[in-house]
Design a protein around this ligand. Sequence first.
Ligand code: NAD
Length: 487
Amino acid sequence: MRAQPTASHFIDGEYVEDTEGTAFESLYPATGEVIARLHAATPAIVEKAIAAAKRAQPEWAALSPTARGRILRRAADIIRERNRELSELETLDTGKPIQETIVADPTSGADSFEFFGGVIAAGLNGNYIPLGGDFAYTKRVPLGVCVGIGAWNYPQQIACWKAAPALAAGNAMVFKPSENTPLGALKIAEILIEAGLPKGLFNVIQGDRTTGPLLVQHPDVAKVSLTGSVPTGRKVAAAAAGTLKHVTMELGGKSPLIVFDDADLDSAVGGAMLGNFYSTGQVCSNGTRVFVQRGIKQAFLSKLKARTENIVIGEPLDEATQMGPMVSFEQRQKVLSYIDKGKTEGATLVTGGGLPNHVTGEGYYIQPTVFADVTDDMTIAREEIFGPVMCVLDFDDEAEVISRANTTEFGLAAGVFTADLTRGHRVVDQLDAGTLWINTYNLCPVEIPFGGSKQSGFGRENSLAALEHYSELKTVYVGMGKVEAPY
Ligand code: NAD
């Protein structure tokens, strides 16, 4: 098997197996080939991982921020040195083309360790508050044992985006990758040990929706950070509330991307394609409702159709491939059923709509698909599809499009393409979303906060904001005089 890890779990600095756990297979989405056989965590494995994290955390938190940062920055260097090997593993795990993983997956994980390793050395400092003689100060302290739960679209990036700020702030983590993509996080755990991270601080255990609750409900866990769908988010938030844990929720979306008639058309088409077809459409912040001002509709659609039909679909490990398969057979079936709904509810199929005929074999390939004449009430305009299906909707004026763009339960992201910068700022100001772009789409460097509003979640990843979500304030009041008591 092409990607069999030493064992299923990584706990307390080493690989651990427990064959009592339910066996499952990891498949290469391009062929359906079994690339690894693993076991889900038993309750004993969950206990072992949490106990290791709990034991290791206080000593880690007591190190100087510079010492913690140095280890994280070393991990960033190792990830970059091994970018090719890690990217190939990510491609096998997810089916995403090597052309993408080599620039977007391990490297964005490395950015995260480098950024948080650097900023933590600069200090996660509190305040001094003068009180006229007496004074107070605040400090930010780690939460303790944090749990990270990942989705399958960016397995290594998600593991790093959670581990880096958590570890920088002095916490320990137990991470559970998605059962569809179990492999990458184990490599990140190995690399952290090689970089000098003390044992027990970053543990990886495998499992699915039955394993996650064991972590979320555990009394020794202080925080849960989930990347997943809205229904899962609701369950995890409810379970975490039972023990009043801190929670970060990175959930789904149905984000609007608005193209005004003065926009640079090629950039807008390119932005819409990146925001719908990258990672075979399996990106939470995708701008899947593309509102195009009526005057440029035909020009937009004809450029979009031509460029979409030129996308190179193929074997993901081939450098020339621009689009790989979907992650699983089930996910492709789900997307195909949405495409059928689009057709039956009356949207115009511009291109795609089925399986690519030049790709043979068992892979979970699907055509990049564009629907036009989509209306707000259609299922494909309301529900998250999580596949390469772009919905193009027409609009006439600014006020109308803002109101329609906001008519959704989601609020993850939004984008605007216009040559009028005043309008760009005015429009994003009125869009209900956590992450917004003007004249570009889906760029998420570690320096900027990323996260959603409304049903798309709360809390933020990346940037200094993430450190606040992995720490809490301690306030100390210092009395400088005698205590005056009335009794
Ligand atoms: P999912 O919700 O099915 O699963 C996410 C993770 O939660 C998996 O590891 C799963 O095993 C675990 N899980 C499921 N039920 C659980 C429970 N009751 N308790 C604890 N853990 C549980 O999501 P998915 O299909 O893996 O990923 C796709 C979804 O993730 C999409 O909705 C997408 O928008 C979202 N996503 C969001 C972001 C973001 O940053 N906002 C990023 C990537 C993906």
